[in-house]
Design a protein around this ligand. Structure first.
Ligand code: UDP
Length: 164
């Protein structure tokens, strides 16, 4: 069956997922395995360090929050893994897989979620996911299509691909 016919019956949606800085290589790999096992397709993937300017733009909806500066410090601290995930209902399903921002709440309400199992605290909570399809389109545009020269791209593509 042609891919177009499949997507007619099961329309795919895209979301932007981020594995945040300070995540060990081992945990990063574990998250990628779980993403695949949950039925997401990784349409695009790259490692990138946020510039301050780009992190500000990325989180512009949170400018007024008291934790905004700490959040920028954290997000700019080291490489992030940026992912475009595709699946039917991808936005909501990735949010469910992440769990709530606060890991103590996540442990109560979503014990199997990534944040319940792996987040350090409400700030350093290892993963990001767009909260709506609209936001996903905007952030994918920002991260994958108009990369600022100040944000350093470390690698693109899938590390797991064997060398030719
Ligand atoms: N955050 C924080 N303190 C808070 C709420 C959020 O440090 O009280 C951080 C945390 O890293 C979170 C990010 O800000 O993931 C964005 O917050 P949001 O409320 O949008 O949560 P999310 O969409 O990431 O679940």
């Amino acid at each position: 069956v042609a891919e177009q016919e499949i997507s007619f019956f099961f329309p795919t949606e895209c979301t932007l997922a981020v594995i945040k800085p300070d995540t060990s290589e081992e945990l990063r790999e574990e998250i990628l395995v779980e993403v695949g096992a949950a039925g997401f397709t990784i349409s695009e993937q790259k490692e990138m360090v946020f510039s301050r300017e780009m992190a500000e733009e990325f989180y512009k909806q949170l400018t007024d929050k008291p934790f905004f500066n700490q959040l920028l410090d954290y997000m700019c601290r080291g490489p992030c893994t940026m992912l475009i995930l595709s699946k039917e209902n991808a936005v909501e399903e990735w949010r469910t897989m992440m769990g709530p921002a606060d890991p103590s709440k996540a442990k109560e309400t979503a014990p199997g979620s990534l944040r319940a199992r792996f987040a350090k605290d409400i700030l350093e909570n290892i993963v990001h996911g767009s909260s709506s399809s609209q936001h996903a389109q905007e952030k994918i545009q920002l991260i994958f299509r108009e990369i600022s020269s100040e944000s350093q791209v470390i690698s693109t593509g899938n590390d797991d691909e064997p060398n030719p």
